[in-house]
Design a binder for this molecule. Structure first.
Ligand SMILES: Cc1cc2nc3c(=O)[nH]c(=O)nc-3n(C[C@H](O)[C@H](O)[C@H](O)COP(=O)(O)OP(=O)(O)OC[C@H]3O[C@@H](n4cnc5c(N)ncnc54)[C@H](O)[C@@H]3O)c2cc1C
Length: 553
């Protein structure tokens, strides 16, 4: 039986952390912190993890959702990064096959493109080599006809040919959550909406953090032998480095449009005719997302939104490749933007590295920054090594063996036979669409969600017509996935925010009623939650107010 991970577990975890010290406190529940918590807990290290908002709500749920070797890093000769990332792609496809799946990309080359067919062929051969020829499949070079056969709506004028190559796509928010849940299974005490306000020192060394429970307002001192700062864009703020010096942050934006408006079948790699950057058009169910931009960002990472300029750039690039689409801002159904927490490289203030780094400051605070979602597991293992060595130095305990995070499945990833899981779900009376949707989100844990629907037939219903997400999934999210707020439920545990017409506004009151009943919200909390969700929608749509008329004419 899967252990409960609910608002009650959270309260119990915070209570216990106030009373007893732990070996390791991780500040930050993005993919980096979540991966470290899983690895450390699997090694038997007593571990706590807190996040000031929801798990993954920082950068780790607003990525391009690609688990990729990083084809474009080859241009900059980042061999090691591509090699490592290609290896991690293989591992993640294996340990979380429901959350990380193969994705084919069509790379068209048009006249005047800065990449020609020969460089593309050489690059893709190298890309397969870096994966030791064990990528999902090997690339294929395609002629003009091959490209048009794959993607008939790609611009024919100037088309010279191109290629198909392979990478992987993921559900970034749920991948982060899967690591949190596995950490919890192995004994880690995790809590979202718990903010580290300041580090606690003893004899000049960091020995915990003063934490505020953002739900109850309670102040909680958490004591730990070792503290890890895994806060992505907030790295300097949490470490108390002022002015910030560690990161070079750039903003990345995405827009989601109905796939039928573009008509792409596979993902498409596009070199923007506007500025020569590499962009992607990636299928997401009935939608396609376009991204990403890369612009300088020195504003607070908590206050980001997609601007009219971002939208126009992304749509213009897509229209150059799919001229019949004639996308306009009215086609945009959702947007997301985040900050890349990249490390500064060398003395050039504008240079950034795609690598990660782990370091200890003179107070003993361990910080990890940089890297990418794809390589989180490897980064986490390196940090867990450092933590184990530090604990050994502190009290002489033996260093535990490394955890087999590359072999052991993440929750729901116990089998890669997804077709069998889908057939089993159908035999329980689920439609093919719902069965597929459940298996994509819950993998081998699908039967637990089905059982919830069977225990109360109301919960087996879809939350909204034409949407595969059911009430049972929302209940599951509250009982087993520590969903605490409406946006946890609608943005990250399910993706109603992205996939339902008008972000699911039609059912949001009913969802709030269910959450109030399940978690005992009073009327004030219920209203505050609805207000916060409406504000999220307003921010998502704010770019429309700044659009120049005829911006895409
Ligand atoms: C637009 C964009 C697209 C990307 N696309 C890809 C991609 O396709 N593939 C890929 O591999 N990588 C991609 N990346 C990179 C990847 O998303 C990031 O490297 C990764 O998500 C960083 O994770 P993190 O855990 O380090 O940071 P975050 O996910 O930002 O987590 C940090 C957490 O710390 C918490 N926190 C901050 N302060 C405190 C505090 N005081 N107390 C408690 N908690 C705190 C925050 O709430 C946050 O949840 C992309 C990045 C961006 C911005």
């Amino acid at each position: 039986m899967e252990p409960s991970l609910s608002f009650e577990t959270r309260q119990a975890n915070l209570k216990s952390l106030a009373a007893e010290s732990v070996d390791l406190l991780i500040i930050g529940g993005g993919i980096t912190g979540a991966g470290i918590a899983r690895d450390a807990a699997m090694r038997g290290i007593s571990t706590a993890l807190i996040d000031k908002a929801d798990f993954g709500s920082g950068t780790s749920s607003i990525s391009s959702r690609l688990v990729h070797g990083g084809l474009r890093y080859l241009e900059h000769h980042h061999w090691r990064l591509v090699f490592e990332a290609s290896h991690e792609r293989r591992v993640l496809l294996k340990i979380a096959p429901h959350l990380v799946w193969p994705r084919s990309f069509i790379f068209p080359i048009h006249e005047g493109c800065r990449v020609n067919r020969w460089t593309l062929a050489a690059g893709l051969w190298l890309y397969d080599l870096m994966a030791a020829f064990r990528n999902v499949r090997r690339h294929q070079m395609l002629g003009k006809r091959g490209i048009r056969r794959a993607e008939p709506l790609i611009r024919e004028r100037g088309l010279k040919g191109g290629a198909r190559y392979y990478d992987a796509q993921c559900d970034d928010a749920r991948l982060t959550l899967a690591n949190i849940r596995d950490a919890h299974r192995h004994g880690a005490k995790v809590a979202n909406y718990a903010q580290a306000e300041r580090l606690e020192l003893a004899d000049g060394m960091v020995r915990g953090a003063h934490v505020v429970d953002l739900v109850s307002g309670e102040e909680i001192p958490i004591r730990a032998h070792v503290v890890v700062n895994a806060t992505g864009p907030w790295t300097d703020e949490v470490a108390g480095i002022d002015p910030p010096t560690t990161l070079h942050t750039t903003k990345g934006a995405h827009v989601l449009v109905p796939r039928s408006r573009i008509g792409n079948h596979e993902a498409v790699t596009m070199i923007s005719p506007i500025d020569g950057r590499v962009l992607f058009a990636v299928p997401w169910g009935d939608f396609t997302y376009l991204g990403t931009t890369e612009t300088e960002s020195d504003g607070p990472p908590d206050d980001l939104r997609v601007t009219a300029e971002d939208v126009v750039y992304l749509l213009r690039t897509a229209n150059a490749f799919f001229p019949e689409a004639r996308l306009t801002p009215a086609d945009v159904v959702a947007t997301w933007a985040g900050v890349r927490p990249l490390l500064k490289a060398g003395n050039d203030p504008n240079a950034a590295s795609r690598e990660h780094r782990i370091w200890a400051d003179d107070r003993g605070l361990l910080t990890i920054a940089g890297g990418k979602l794809t390589t989180y597991r490897k980064m986490a293992a390196q940090m867990a090594d450092r933590v184990a060595a530090r604990l050994h130095d502190i009290d002489g305990r033996p260093i535990p063996p490394r955890a087999r995070t590359d072999r052991l499945a993440l929750p729901g990833g116990e089998t890669s036979a997804l077709e069998i899981l889908i057939a089993a779900a159908e035999s329980e009376g689920l439609s093919h669409d719902t069965a597929t949707h459940y298996v994509r989100m819950h993998g081998s844990e699908t039967p637990a969600v089905i059982r919830l629907g069977q225990s109360n037939p109301q919960w087996a219903r879809p939350v909204q017509d034409n949407l595969p997400t059911t009430w049972a999934q929302l209940i599951y999210a509250m009982r087993r996935e520590m969903a605490l707020t409406l946006s946890d439920l609608l943005v990250r545990r399910t993706h109603i925010f992205y996939e339902a017409p008008e972000h699911g506004i039609e059912s949001v009151e009913e969802v709030a009623d269910l959450a109030a009943q399940e978690m005992g919200w009073d009327e004030n909390r219920r209203r505050a939650e609805l207000g916060a969700y409406h504000e999220l929608i307003r921010r998502n749509d704010a770019f429309r107010d700044d659009l120049d008329e005829g911006a895409l004419a």
